[in-house]
Design a protein. Structure first.
Length: 435
């Protein structure tokens, strides 16, 4: 507010952090139901300066190598409403962060029965073992690629014939006692992975060919120098497992390992979801949908980090100030979630997403949304915009102070039809006077 000093702002932030647990308890009571599903995912943001208490080197999800960071885990309802956020040091492992989330759900929120959904890097076998000891806690995650390959190897239970009738099938395996494995085949994902693999192989071949030419011309001397150059190329494209290479003191040869490429391609588009949830609670389609809904948590991260808010970089030094900064961003993301929903008819958001009989296939836009895209206006003939552009248009509605002949006149600019509709959708009148 006007006139507030830096100390006043920090005092307000400190007060908010002291209320964090109470705020999150109220959000959890409103949006998390006992026996329902909660989504959890992790992200990180880099830190400027060198004195932050929580800053540490770790896996950067921002791609900022060589920069210290902080980590934060976001807990949401199945629809993606942010409920709670937990901030930790930048070198905290994903499983440890997930364990903290479980402790908070059970302790702070008093929820004894819940289904936690998280990605394969977070809900590891060790965490699953811990969860199995907690009565009332179920989980949904996915297998890593080597585990999927093991299921498909030597006439295992995962065979392409499973997908003759539909794109998903449920299997069991002795290595996963008491668990359900839902195998999914997404042809669109398979095509994309095949395209990406071929692009990476071609790029790797092109760069390796340059090294071979340099070695043949004598510009590279010794196996060490050749190997170092080849290692940089392999590290850049991450396709080294698909190439056979031979290095001598004066020569370098390489070729594709077609056997490995073929074996990997056979599993393109296949992923396996593992869960402890009983079928009478969630059928296979429900489990697939719950796992795919992790996309809503990823959308929340985009909102806080790039699309609507500027969480990063972080400049605070004290741990509680970092927590306050990220808490404010979480609450702003919560507000943004509701605003995006309320103003959907004025944006390109699909308000009539069709029910998909096949939960594995990508979502399709409804006919109404396609028509809105083409017309660039809604059914009320009002123009539609991207959400950020809509907020920009709304910001042109401002109060003006006019000084004329010694008189001070305050007025509001005349709202456009779109601006009037925004206030109607929010259930609030356009303010006509200055309070």
């Amino acid at each position: 507010m006007a006139g507030a000093s830096t100390d006043d702002v920090y005092a307000a932030m400190d007060w908010l952090v002291s209320r964090q647990r109470d705020i999150e308890k109220q959000l959890a009571a409103r949006h998390l139901s006992p026996g329902g599903i909660a989504m959890f995912d992790l992200s990180s943001s880099w830190v400027e300066g060198s004195c932050c208490e929580l800053a540490a080197f770790g896996y950067s999800r921002d791609g900022k190598r060589g920069r210290k960071q902080v980590e934060y885990g976001l807990l949401t309802c199945p629809e993606g409403r942010p409920v709670a956020v937990e901030v930790s040091a930048g070198n905290t492992s994903d499983p440890d962060s997930f364990k903290t989330a479980i402790t908070r759900v059970r302790g702070d929120f008093g929820i004894d029965r819940l289904i936690m959904a998280g990605d394969r890097g977070m809900i590891t076998s060790t965490r699953i073992s811990d969860l199995s000891k907690l009565k009332g806690m179920d989980w949904i995650t996915a297998l890593r690629a080597p585990a999927i390959a093991a299921l498909a190897r030597d006439d295992g239970p995962l065979q392409m014939s499973l997908f003759d009738q539909q794109n998903f099938a449920e299997i069991t395996h002795p290595d996963y006692p008491g668990e359900r494995l839902i195998c999914c085949h997404n042809p669109f994902l398979a095509a994309e992975r095949a395209r990406k693999r071929e692009d990476l192989l071609a790029a790797t071949e092109k760069d390796l060919a340059k090294i071979r030419a340099s070695a043949d011309a004598g510009r590279l001397d010794g196996a060490g120098e050749i190997g170092e150059r080849a290692g940089k190329v392999i590290g850049k494209h991450k396709a080294g497992k698909h190439f056979l290479r031979e290095i001598t003191g004066t020569a370098f040869t390489f070729r594709r390992d077609q056997e490995k490429i073929t074996a990997e391609a056979a599993l393109d588009g296949i992923y396996v979801i593992r869960t402890s949830v009983k079928e009478d609670i969630l059928g296979p389609a429900g489990v697939i949908t719950a796992y795919k809904n992790l996309k809503y948590v990823e959308r929340d991260f985009r909102i806080t980090k790039a699309d609507d808010l500027d969480l990063r970089p972080i400049y605070h030094y004290l741990g509680n100030r970092v927590r306050g900064h990220i808490l404010i961003c979480m609450l702003a993301a919560y507000l943004t979630w509701h605003l995006r929903g309320a103003l959907a008819e004025l944006t390109f958001t699909d308000q009539d997403i069709p029910v998909n009989d096949d939960p594995v296939s990508p979502a399709r836009r409804s006919a109404q949304a396609t028509a809105k895209d083409g017309r660039k206006c809604n059914t009320g003939r009002l123009p539609v915009r991207k959400y950020g552009d809509l907020l920009g248009h709304l910001s042109t509605l401002d109060r003006q102070t006019i000084n004329f002949s010694g008189q001070r006149i305050e007025k509001l600019t005349s709202p456009t039809p779109v601006q009037r509709r925004v206030f109607e959708l929010l259930g609030a009148p356009v303010p006509l006077t200055i309070q």
